[in-house]
Design a protein around this ligand. Structure first.
Ligand code: SAM
Length: 247
């Protein structure tokens, strides 16, 4: 099971990004290390929000994701921003051949280092790997694996070191919490994520798991005093960025 992109999750994700500046901050962290790159390919781009932040500094960016809903949303963002040097393509990245770009970005993509080997051959100068410093364990319900453990910093570090590759590792804690329009919105958020995972195991929220998750989350909500987003669920996200030298 992969990330679920639909109208609601897209709206939450883009609202969180705009509210916290997560992708703008992430792009600022990465940018100095890819100044020599004018063409980029983002593998499994999702909504491509980091690419929109980088677009003003490079010649062009190709964003690829197999999820057509995410690519549709990215196309709308491209039009709204006039960022026409960003091209969004709906495709399975495993079917790609012959792409050559100065930089390849893989941001929170995949669960194994195999993808790094594969897409390394696409880049001329730099590979940018953005992963969780400490990945959450795999999501499981009744021993059914719903989402594999995402790639973590230790695994990537080991892989790059074993291969004798030259790289720099950057660490940052970047806020990426979720603003909510109301308590109902917050409840909807947790239920959408809870039920989507339970549904995959054929037990759609049968044991009231969503309600329990909501009660736990409600204790963490912060009042913002802002009329449009009065509630906020904080999340300092610990990211590791590997800049791998291909030259
Ligand atoms: C966790 S999301 C990360 C999205 C984005 N890179 C970010 O940092 O926000 C992983 C993305 O990879 C995409 N994906 C997974 N497997 C893929 C494949 N084989 N080909 C293309 N996209 C894929 C999913 O659709 C999803 O949008």
């Amino acid at each position: 099971m992969d990330f679920i992109w639909n109208e609601k999750t897209i709206d939450w994700f883009k609202t969180a990004s705009a509210y916290t500046g997560f992708h703008s901050n992430l792009a600022s962290l990465v940018r100095p290390y890819i100044e020599d790159c004018s063409t980029i390919c983002d593998i499994g781009c999702g909504l491509g929000l980091i690419d929109l932040e980088l677009a003003g500094y490079v010649r062009d960016i190709i964003c690829i994701d197999q999820n057509e809903t995410a690519i549709g949303a990215l196309n709308e963002f491209i039009r709204a921003r006039g960022a026409y040097n960003v091209v969004a393509r709906a495709a399975d990245v495993n079917t790609l051949t012959g792409e050559r770009r100065d930089a390849v970005i893989m941001s929170f993509f995949g669960s194994s280092v195999e993808a790094i080997s594969r897409f390394m051959s696409f880049c001329e100068k730099k590979m940018v790997l953005i992963v969780h410093e400490k990945p959450m364990p795999a999501k499981r319900v009744n021993a059914v694996s719903l989402r594999p453990k995402p790639l973590g910093a230790a695994e990537v570090h080991g892989f790059l070191t074993d291969r004798g590759l030259t790289f720099q590792k950057l660490n940052a804690v970047i806020e990426f919490g979720q603003p909510f329009k109301s308590l109902e919105d917050a409840k909807d958020f947790i239920l959408v994520y809870a039920s989507s995972t339970s549904e995959a195991a054929g037990a759609r929220d049968a044991d009231g798991r969503g309600e329990r998750l909501y009660n736990d989350m409600a204790k963490l909500l912060v009042e913002t005093g802002m009329p449009n987003y009065p509630l906020y669920l904080p999340k300092p996200k610990e990211v590791a960025v590997f800049i791998v030298d291909r030259m």
